[in-house]
Ligand binder design. Structure first.
Ligand code: FES
Length: 181
């Protein structure tokens, strides 16, 4: 069955059915209605203001009540994705007429983009390579590639150079021991 829906502020009258939601039908008719959740009653972007014929709309669903609460008598707002027509009504879609303008983020001063030419990049690479070659040879630089040093004079004692002394014959022949025997 067909119903009349008057759109504010233009006063345009559209023929609507009672099977599909207002969001679907208005979108089909070429009217822009904001929607982020695709009609799943989770974004509350598709709110419309009811101007007349409140009783010609289906009662709010549980999902709609969850989002908007039970204050329709004050706000006169409904979710167009959850509302269907049962008779003639008029709604205000002024808020949806303002299409969102893509906002470009201001670029912070600190993050200025520097565009370098290929030649400049190559020059920089060559310069850094030269710098690496000039670098003083460091003992630890790629030490795993260097051959191990076997020179005994360079051997460094670790642990404070306090190693146990080997026993000698003189120490073994203790004179006291001989007296006891
Ligand atoms: S489209 Fe998101 S709540 Fe209606």
């Amino acid at each position: 069955m067909s119903h009349k829906l008057t759109l504010w502020p233009e006063g345009e009258v559209l023929d609507m059915n009672g099977e599909e939601s207002l969001l679907v039908q208005l979108t089909k008719a070429g009217k822009f209605i904001k929607s982020n959740c695709g009609g799943h009653a989770s974004c509350s972007d598709c709110i419309i203001k009811v101007k007349g014929g409140e009783s010609s709309l289906t009662p709010p669903t549980f999902e709609e009540m969850r989002l908007l609460g039970n204050i329709f008598h004050i706000t006169k707002e409904r979710l167009s994705c959850q509302t269907k027509l049962t008779g003639d009504a008029s709604i205000d879609i002024t808020e949806h007429a303002k299409k969102p303008v893509a906002k470009s983020k201001p670029v912070p001063k600190s993050s200025t983009v520097i565009v370098r030419k290929r030649e400049t990049l190559q020059e920089t690479a060559v310069r850094s390579q030269e710098k690496d070659e000039v670098k003083k040879p460091d003992d630890w630089y790629r030490h795993w590639d260097k051959p191990e040093t076997k020179d005994a004079s360079k051997f460094k004692h670790v642990g404070g150079n306090k190693r146990p002394k080997p026993f000698t014959d003189a120490e073994n022949n203790d004179p006291d021991d001989g007296d006891k025997k």
